[in-house]
Design a protein around this ligand. Structure first.
Ligand SMILES: *[C@@H]1O[C@H](CO)[C@@H](O)[C@H](O)[C@H]1NC(C)=O
Ligand SMILES: *[C@@H]1O[C@H](CO)[C@@H](O)[C@H](O)[C@H]1NC(C)=O
Ligand SMILES: *[C@@H]1O[C@H](CO)[C@@H](O)[C@H](O)[C@H]1NC(C)=O
Ligand SMILES: *[C@@H]1O[C@H](CO)[C@@H](O)[C@H](O)[C@H]1NC(C)=O
Ligand SMILES: *[C@@H]1O[C@H](CO)[C@@H](O)[C@H](O)[C@H]1NC(C)=O
Ligand SMILES: *[C@@H]1O[C@H](CO)[C@@H](O)[C@H](O)[C@H]1NC(C)=O
Ligand SMILES: *[C@@H]1O[C@H](CO)[C@@H](O)[C@H](O)[C@H]1NC(C)=O
Length: 394
């Protein structure tokens, strides 16, 4: 068998950013989602589903005031990827008529179950859309049934003690349908008066319907929120970035990007590795495994937290995990640079990384939501991509 050169394999990854700035395009697809950040995205059957997120309230709206500048979304919509389309007309379909989430949501994680028919929304903010109260339901896990387009909670057969609801956890699902959830935080927007970051490690087996607290395993990483969790084909989960906290109530401090934690889901063992290179610590970034299976593509994020958000550099970073120590690199992609983004989503589809929404312009006093409705990298895109020209190709 001819082994593919990994550089070639990586060069297949293409990232194209599409900015939809034109307000007057011929709108064949009636749904044009608003800008947002902190939303969830999951791929199922050539459809990229987007859930919730935080949307800026226009300052001209009567709902706007200084403490209420962002409103959560309960929307569900998807982007059809199976056929070609042009960047002017991304084929979004709104499912909100049947599928509204029972609360406004952000900063949870959405994963696809093994049979491709259920998506699992793990933790996150749950805000009542009318009262703006933050403890809307008692379930930390909500299930979206793709065919019926309805939401449900785990049934009475569910075993084990559920993880209490937290947000900004590091969460992924393995090929057996086991969801791994590490860390996360609670604060006012998650019903807690005391800002607390956790080091709990829980699994939820979506096949056996069983919660397990795995926090007693040796070498557990210290507490953290906003780390990314990337599953490798060999069953290892790679945790990158985020913030930690010394004691509840204290401000968060940033975790070095040179410390990488790994959980081996096969051996059930934690380990720590180091990564060489100078990369600003960050939250709100994304990590996606490239098709070469040895490069993690890290994009964007915010360097600090709260309202004082600044852009972490480099914005676009690769982590080579094929040998130790791991090694960062900062290639200069061709084309115009994308805007720095945070709280966007990045999803691998074939050889494309689809980047959705996000907060841009972090240096401004308040984060601006990108006027773009979608930043995407799409296959079979027929029209010339010179539109807005934000093409990244490696
Ligand atoms: C801002 O709006 C929210 C939501 O309506 C309300 O709960 C809050 O009291 C308002 N704050 C101020 C300062 O008006
Ligand atoms: C959550 O559970 C408590 C205790 O069982 C109950 O009183 C409360 O109404 C529940 N809240 C919601 C939103 O279901
Ligand atoms: C929200 O729920 C959590 C977990 O049950 C509880 O600790 C907290 O007190 C609740 N907060 C409010 C404002 O009801
Ligand atoms: C999980 O287990 C650990 C001990 O192994 C315990 O300290 C922790 O409180 C448990 N977490 C929850 C949320 O029950
Ligand atoms: C990467 O891993 C996937 C899943 O195991 C496999 O299908 C694919 O062939 C691998 N790609 C390369 C370039 O090794
Ligand atoms: C905001 O971040 C910048 C850069 O990290 C720092 O110099 C500044 O002191 C911070 N401001 C506040 C209010 O924390
Ligand atoms: C655009 O797509 C059509 C249908 O798939 C194909 O026939 C045509 O060659 C494509 N055009 C370009 C420029 O790729």
């Amino acid at each position: 068998m001819l082994a593919m050169n990994s550089k070639d394999a990586f060069s297949m990854l293409k990232i194209i950013f599409i900015l939809l700035l034109s307000q007057n395009f011929l709108n064949v697809y009636s749904f044009k989602p608003e800008p947002r950040g902190g939303h969830m995205a999951t791929l199922s059957n050539d459809k990229l589903y987007f859930i919730g997120g935080s949307r800026p309230i226009p300052t001209t709206s009567s709902a706007w005031n200084i403490t209420h500048q962002f409103g959560l979304s309960d929307e569900v919509f998807y982007l059809e990827l199976s056929s070609s389309f042009t960047v002017d007309l991304p084929p979004f379909t709104d499912l909100s008529a049947t599928s509204r989430v029972p609360f406004g949501c952000e900063k949870g994680t959405m994963v696809l179950g093994v049979y491709g028919i259920r998506m699992y929304l793990v933790g996150g903010v749950q805000q009542d859309m009318t009262t703006f109260g933050y403890n809307t339901t008692n379930s930390s896990l909500w299930i979206y049934i793709v065919n019926s387009q309805k939401w449900d909670i785990p049934g009475p057969g569910t075993a084990g003690i559920p993880l209490p609801r937290r947000r900004s956890t590091a969460t992924t699902i393995d090929k057996n349908g086991v969801i791994y959830i590490f860390g996360g935080r609670v604060e006012v927007d998650t019903g807690s008066n005391v800002f607390t970051i956790f080091d709990d490690f829980f699994t939820f087996d979506t096949v056996l319907l069983r919660w397990t607290n795995m926090s007693s395993l040796p070498n557990l990483p210290y507490k953290r929120s906003h780390s990314t969790a990337t599953l490798m084909p060999d069953g290892k989960i790679i945790y990158i970035g985020g913030v930690t906290q010394s004691i509840p109530g204290e401000p968060a401090t940033r975790i070095s990007m040179n410390e990488i934690n790994i959980f081996d889901t096969i051996a059930s063992v934690w380990s720590q590795k180091s990564a060489l290179g100078i990369v600003d610590p960050r939250v709100g970034h994304t990590s996606v495994l490239a098709p070469d299976n040895r490069t993690i593509v890290i994009l964007g994020g915010s360097q600090s937290y709260g309202l004082n958000q600044t852009t972490p550099y480099p914005v676009f970073v690769l982590l080579d995990i094929s040998s130790e120590p791991f090694q960062y690199s900062y290639p200069q992609p061709s084309g115009e640079s994308p805007p720095p983004l945070a709280f966007h989503t990045a999803t691998l589809y074939q050889n494309y990384m689809i980047v959705g929404f996000g907060v841009a312009d972090l240096l401004a006093d308040l984060p601006q939501y990108l006027p773009a409705d979608l930043l995407a990298h799409l296959p079979a895109l027929n029209k010339s991509m010179n539109h807005r020209n934000n093409i990244q190709q490696l």
